[in-house]
Design a protein. Structure first.
Length: 728
């Protein structure tokens, strides 16, 4: 392979720039050895051009410059990158690397050879191999950094190649593998470039459409930025802050993602640019001055509280620190303002290359430890022992998921939605009914996976259950569930105690506490709380407890009490009807009987019903299809009394209907219009929620009887777009 004149000129320029950037990092004879090896390989003809016709030696020099200048690698990374095409092609033996340049470059090139083997087995790195690829990097993290630099270089060079299929494959890998890796490592500039170039090659028309639109609106955008910045600059100067402000247009890839997500044209993306306020602050004043800028900006422009991103108080796991706010600027346009210091800005722009420049970078757990280890390794320069010992153990037993606000949370492998809910707050955990992971609804037992964005769904009716202890993985969630169950049982037990003592009072029976303690022990309960919980769970009947108490207090008196019915028979309430059947007839003339309509099923005139004699002596009227009907009949059959309606309706009744249908802008108006036209039907409330093109709603109305209810249901079902109408 012979260098062209143009390639020679580029190579000489790169050598000079690399020599300047590396300075004293190179050993005295490194440059001479490299020159000799490169010249020998060129004349030997063992290195050939790649699939795109590019010169591998020149590409290695360009990659080395990116790795040194933009990522921060030093001597070992530079030497390994420069020798990589020779070692990978077999022109220069791997064992010679250790002999000529030491263990550092040798270890890096050993890792690169492993990756080449992986490529041979799987030409396209699919998501299944992502984890395996990360594990192959564990011996030396510089391998992954060089791979990112190499892919950036390749993406820059393949604009005009003729092999479009190879170009597409390289761009796809850059999009779903290398850009996310760069993002994890805080290499935002390289990540953004990889995404933009991938879009350029994969969706050519979209890329150039946005690029042309940005060019056409550049002047208006620059004027708007200047108008926005002007007053802010004056206020910040008046406050005595040292700073500079710049406007930054968002990347083409970012704009395209917003257009797809919001299903809107270019003109519909409101936040095309961000204003960045960069403070020159002393380390101890960084947070204070950032929040001072926040206060000044939000005093001038109305903020959107839903768009506040505080990565100042809790930095991202990859070290990113900044305060993001969205405010309503001139012409009622939303503008994103990013507030950070010079230190934060350099870390945000240069990632790992900047981490080691600042000694005070915080390192918490998990990913922060990972980055801190890489930073220490980079700082170590030639002595890479810490890098050689490093292993990415965290990927073996941990997953990292995101809240809807973009905050990262760490969990053990196997953790579920319920673990996530309790991690947020015990109240959220107690009311958790499921979650929305990456936009998909899942149950509480769904396992979490790295990269998931998790939004917890709750219901005020939900309560913790004992089987939840088998679902959760974390000790924190398990302890919170036990605590909630214990508190709920204590509350129910207290209520059951009040009910029991009220029954005693109604029967005009004085309670002797010492005698009650004897009864509790006699009935087999060691703790008072267990006794009252049993009553609350209906394992013990209140009337049975009273009977046993009377027997214990005075057997003779209990017998006397027993002459009268302890709990009144349903026959006490029955009106005789034809056919010899005892039936409770419910009409306007029913006097002297304490009855009410059950709340669990809300019966109305016309429903098939039955009566249930409660422990207080009153009767609850239930629908025959009540959810509790089976349990009541099987456990308390002796309290059941047949019942039916008679005459006309005894009043107006509230019923709740569930409605499901296509989400349409006029659907609520159509529903309320139908109800308004009905005589003797009153709309009490309506609640509509929409999700993924469907609406689900509950409607509460007051009406006279089942006939009117059935007529209303029939009319609601006839509304265009309504799929289901049913009674709750």
């Amino acid at each position: 392979m012979i260098f062209t004149d143009t390639e020679k000129e580029k190579a000489l320029g790169l050598v000079a720039r690399l020599r300047h950037r590396l300075g004293a990092a190179l050993l005295p004879d490194d440059e001479e050895k490299l020159r000799r090896i490169l010249l020998d390989s060129e004349h030997g003809g063992q290195v050939s051009r790649d699939v795109f016709g590019l010169n591998p030696m020149l590409m290695a020099m360009q990659t080395a410059f990116i790795a040194v200048d933009e990522i921060g690698l030093r001597r070992d990374g530079f030497v390994a990158t420069l020798l990589s095409p020779l070692v990978l092609s077999g022109a220069y033996a791997l064992e010679n690397v250790a002999k000529d340049f030491g263990e550092g470059p040798h270890n890096i090139l050993h890792g690169l050879l492993h990756i080449q083997e992986l490529y041979r087995k799987t030409p396209v790195i699919e998501s299944e191999n992502f984890r395996n690829l990360l594990l192959s990097f564990a011996e030396d993290m510089r391998v992954i950094l060089i791979m990112i630099a190499d892919r950036v270089n390749v993406m820059r060079e393949i604009r005009d190649v003729t092999d479009k299929e190879a170009q597409r494959r390289v761009a796809e890998e850059a999009s779903y593998l290398y850009a996310p890796l760069a993002h994890k490592l805080g290499l935002y500039r390289l990540k953004s470039e990889l995404e933009d170039l991938s879009l350029k090659y994969l969706e050519h028309d979209a890329y150039y459409h946005i690029k042309e639109k940005l060019a056409a609106t550049k002047r208006a955008r620059e004027k708007y930025i200047a108008d926005f910045i002007g007053p802010v600059r004056q206020k910040l100067e008046a406050a005595g802050l040292r700073f500079h402000i710049k406007g930054r247009t968002k990347s083409i890839h970012s704009i395209w993602q917003k257009m797809k997500k919001q299903k809107c044209p270019f003109e519909g993306v409101y936040d095309l640019f961000a204003i960045r306020v960069i403070l020159d602050s002393e380390p101890e004043l960084e947070k204070k001055e950032c929040w001072q800028v926040y206060s000044i900006v939000t005093d001038m422009y109305q903020p959107n509280p839903k768009r506040l991103r505080d990565w100042l108080s809790v930095p991202k796991s990859n070290g990113y620190e900044s305060l993001h706010i969205t405010v309503l600027g001139p012409e009622n346009k939303w503008v994103e303002v990013q507030i950070r210091t010079e230190r934060m800005d350099e870390i945000a722009e240069r990632g790992l290359a900047a981490h080691w420049r600042y000694k005070g970078v915080k390192a918490g757990g998990g990913m922060d430890d990972w980055l801190a280890a890489i930073r220490r390794a980079l700082e170590a320069g030639d002595d890479m022992q810490v890098m050689d010992q490093f292993r990415m153990d965290l990927y073996e037993d941990e997953v990292f998921v995101f809240t809807p606000k973009g905050e990262i949370r760490k969990f053990p492998i196997g953790a579920t939605v319920l673990d996530f809910a309790y991690h947020i707050h015990s109240r959220i955990g107690n009311q958790c009914v499921g979650a929305r992971i990456n936009g998909r609804n899942v149950p509480i037992r769904e396992e979490l996976h790295s990269g998931d964005t998790v939004e917890i769904l709750t219901s005020a009716q939900q309560k913790p259950k004992r089987d939840w202890l088998q679902i959760v993985k974390t000790s924190h969630a398990r302890s919170k569930i036990r605590q909630a169950i214990k508190e709920a049982q204590a509350s129910e037990g207290q209520y059951a105690r009040e009910v029991l003592y009220r029954r005693f009072k109604n029967r005009k029976i004085d309670v002797d506490e010492s005698l009650m303690q004897q009864l509790i022990k006699k009935m087999g309960y060691k703790e008072n709380s267990d006794f009252y919980i049993a009553i609350a769970n209906e394992q013990l009947d209140v009337l049975t407890v009273i009977d046993r108490y009377l027997e214990l207090r005075d057997p003779q008196q209990a017998a006397a009490e027993g002459d009268a019915p302890v709990h009144r028979s349903a026959a006490d309430y029955v009106l005789k009807e034809g056919g010899g059947e005892d039936v409770l007839v419910i009409d306007r003339n029913l006097m002297g009987i304490d009855y009410s309509l059950a709340r669990c099923c809300r019966p109305i005139y016309g429903d098939e019903v039955f009566g249930f004699v409660t422990v207080s002596g009153g009767i609850k009227i239930h629908r025959c299809d009540c959810p509790n009907a089976h349990d009541l009949r099987s456990r308390y059959g002796y309290r059941i009394v047949k019942a039916r309606w008679s005459g006309k309706g005894t009043g107006r009744y509230d019923i709740t209907l569930q409605v499901i249908g296509n989400d349409d802008i006029d659907i609520v108006n159509n529903i309320t219009s139908v109800i308004a036209k009905e005589t003797n039907i009153t709309l009490r409330s309506i609640s509509i929620d929409s999700d993924d093109g469907l609406f689900k709603g509950t409607i509460t109305v007051a009406l006279d009887d089942t006939t009117r209810m059935e007529q209303l249901i029939k009319k609601l079902r006839a509304i265009k777009g309504v799929r289901v109408v049913k009674r709750s």
